[in-house]
Design a protein around this ligand. Sequence first.
Ligand code: UTP
Length: 483
Amino acid sequence: MSTLDARHRAYQSKLAEFGQAHLLSFWPQLDDQQRSQLLDDLDQVDFVRCAPLINSYVRQRPAVHVPQHIEPPECYPAAGEVGKMVGSAHPTEYAQARRAGEDAIHAGRVAAFMVAGGQGTRLGYDGPKGAFRITPVRDAPLFQVFAEGLLGTARRYGRRPHWYIMTSLTNHAETTAFFEQNRYFGLSPDDVTFFRQGQMPAFLPDGRIALAERHRVALSPDGHGGSLRALADNGALADMRRRGIDTISYFQVDNPLVRVIDPLFIGLHLVTGSEMSSKAVRKAYDEERVGVFCQVDGQLEVIEYSDMPDELMRARNPDATRRFDAGSIAIHILSRAFVERLTTFNSAVQLPWHRADKQVTTVDEAGNQVKPASPNAVKLEMLVFDAIPLARNPLVLYTRREEEFSPVKNAAGVDSPATAQRDLIRRAARWLDTSGVTVPRAADGEPALPIEISPAFALDAADLQQQLKTPPVLTTGKPALFA
Ligand code: UTP
């Protein structure tokens, strides 16, 4: 019997046991290559893990837990606002924390961790999102911006942090090839570790796993919450231990303004003994589609915008400011020991699954592909912020949106390449203002030229001031690059 036949046999009985025999229904019509592909896809599915999920999340909707007491959490104010907020931290605490962060970076205890396994459906770009070109002058891709953040960190703090990058099965080869073609954007291949995240199949409402083609299972990444398990399963946590890394700086591939390694944030995390820390921005308006940090029955959590009760979303403090105002921007520090605790076999914790009803291309009984016009299948994802309530001493640090958050989510409109590029230029102009450089501006106040500051050149306004030996002269319409 050929290996293919043997694998087929094994799956025949296994799939029958799990009520998924339909996955092999087109077997007789497939050629050997397709058969092998189908079996490889089936190898990606953890049928034991899926079985209980089908009952509790697919055939029925999971029960919604209604929290009793929801309060706004206490957050650390943004660095520039220290001392201005009621009960806020003292500036010297921040100075001490920043020094602790710098020491940890210098000692090689901190790694960058970027999650880049998403499908980027809304952007609709044909390739890994990190390859999308975003900067206003060089047209550099997102990956390059983050790589230069690490080069800038090395310049400033004397140590280049290791970079872990989570990809998905779909974009892994393209991602690694892109780094190779671009010679790792000035980093060394030894500075970067790539690994793939887990997959979950899409389910039809009756609990059957969907086929995307006659020989393909409809698989998709298991959410950014899958990153914690993926760190463990791919040996990244063990690698960190070997390198002496105990602190993980987590960010997403879609935010070109992110400070990839932030000494203040890292330092606050370390000096307070937090296991998972998060950055927040003040919400722009009540209905903004960001998760909100809340104290839920005494525990810090992020409530997704879709789950936030309407009256809380609009609630006001006595001084008319928004009561639930801390929007999550998916920037976290995690302690390695915390991720180990969540993922090691004996004490492993399963993050909750989130059900999403999606349009998934499937096949009909004749094996023809069907593109649905409305949601026809259920996808299950884990979200990284669900780890926060499991952490000891979790903290939230406010940052300024205009300094650190402008994600590329949509092809146009809000959170698009256009808004991210605009915000990169505005930030660069502000930093130059602080350094005493005259930035030509149009009548509407916008900078009248494209400006780009590579994070390798300057990481923030103070860094830029030190880096500029002679103040440059900027001319309307003439692109200015600081790299
Ligand atoms: P989004 O929630 O924006 O999803 O991911 P997405 O898949 O990138 O985009 P859409 O919704 O299809 O348009 C936020 C971050 O989490 C990562 C993404 O790569 C991005 O950095 N992510 C998301 C993963 O790494 N894995 C996932 O399974 C999902």
